[in-house]
Design a protein around this ligand. Structure first.
Ligand code: ADP
Ligand code: MG
Length: 315
């Protein structure tokens, strides 16, 4: 299989949408943006050995490569529409490619996202995905917008993916529920759209709650207090970790792909209703305060200083 056979194969497996005027096969794609909508674009690269372990199943790599991108659209309140896929492969292994496409296109189909183009080159295993979404200009979510006095919320549970990674790095077998969160994160698209009229500042948690919340604070020119002992965790995580190890996974672990957002205190019932209606857990974890930076407090009110902050490349 050469480059062109591979592209033909991808094209055969990919689904399209009515708003794709021209998809895979020409020099560029032509896409119809509905009048009145904003185009929302995000891109993220996954490198072997940096973003996924070498023993990760191809289908999980494919899933995650798209999921982390969709998560960025979720954090903007956008509805995903299209994507492109740039593949750098050391060789073309048809079984690997089909496994990869099972995961990638499986998730794309689940969200009605059409793969409309990409690039295929030889090199170290690396996957770069760009996603394109649509949003009503009045319903955009941003990092900026958090206000002093706001509640701080988080969707779902935190720390599972980091817990699985910690188990693997310790040479242990990872607990299946935790491993699922590491390999197959579920982008919070529905949640982003459900809170669009209620949230003031929003981010998706990829590098760790405290680090990513720091971006919201910086963009909004406010500070935040997080009550670390209120962070929602899964039963599987609580069974495997406790104390500061658990706090570190939940506060700084990363790879959660949950949404952290702020909203007015009087929006509490509306937020609970909006997220309950789509079956997404919502937890109050702190508040926005005047000042700058993120302060983490234990249940007894003492400061909790994490052993490490979020993941930062090149440090
Ligand atoms: P060009 O040389 O003009 O960049 P390519 O040969 O790279 O064209 O790509 C031909 C067509 O195949 C383009 O429409 C491109 O978007 C698509 N394509 C290439 N690689 C991929 C891929 N990995 N996934 C999806 N589409 C791809
Ligand atoms: Mg090209």
């Amino acid at each position: 299989m050469g480059e062109f056979d591979l592209v033909a194969h991808i094209r055969n497996r990919a689904r399209t949408r009515d708003d794709v005027i021209l998809g895979i096969g020409d020099d560029a794609a032509l896409l119809q943006v509905p009048p009145g909508k904003l185009l929302v674009v995000a891109t993220d690269t996954l490198n072997a050995g940096v973003h996924f372990r070498d023993d990760t199943a191809p289908a999980d790599i494919g899933w995650k490569a798209l999921a982390v991108n969709l998560s960025d659209l979720a954090a903007m309140g956008a509805e995903p529409a299209w994507c492109t896929l740039s593949l750098s492969l050391p060789e073309i292994d048809p079984a690997w490619v089909d496994g990869f496409l099972d995961g990638f296109l499986g998730l794309a189909n689940a969200y009605g996202v059409a793969l409309v183009g990409g690039d295929t080159t030889r090199g170290p295993l690396s996957i770069c995905v760009t996603v394109h979404g649509l949003v009503d200009p009045s319903r955009v979510l941003r990092r900026a917008g958090a206000r002093v006095g706001d509640d701080l919320w988080v969707t779902g549970t935190l720390g599972d993916a980091a817990g699985a990674l910690a188990q693997l790095q310790a040479g242990l077998k990872s607990q299946p529920e935790l491993r699922q969160r590491l390999d197959r994160p579920a982008p919070r698209i529905a949640a982003g759209r459900a809170i669009a009229d209620l949230a003031h500042g929003c981010i998706d948690i990829s590098d760790g709650l405290l680090a990513d919340l720091g971006h919201v604070c910086a963009a909004s020119n406010v500070g935040a207090i997080v009550e670390v002992d209120k962070l929602p965790g899964s039963p599987a995580l609580a069974a495997a970790f406790a104390g500061d190890a658990l706090r570190t996974l939940q506060g700084s672990g990363g790879d959660d792909y949950e949404l952290c957002f702020s909203a007015a205190v009087d929006a509490r019932p509306a937020i609970r209703r909006a997220l309950e209606s789509i079956d997404v857990q919502a937890t109050l974890i702190g508040r926005i305060v005047a000042g700058q930076g993120v302060r983490a407090l234990r249940a007894d009110g003492s400061d909790w200083i994490p052993a490490r902050t979020g993941y930062v490349h090149f440090t």
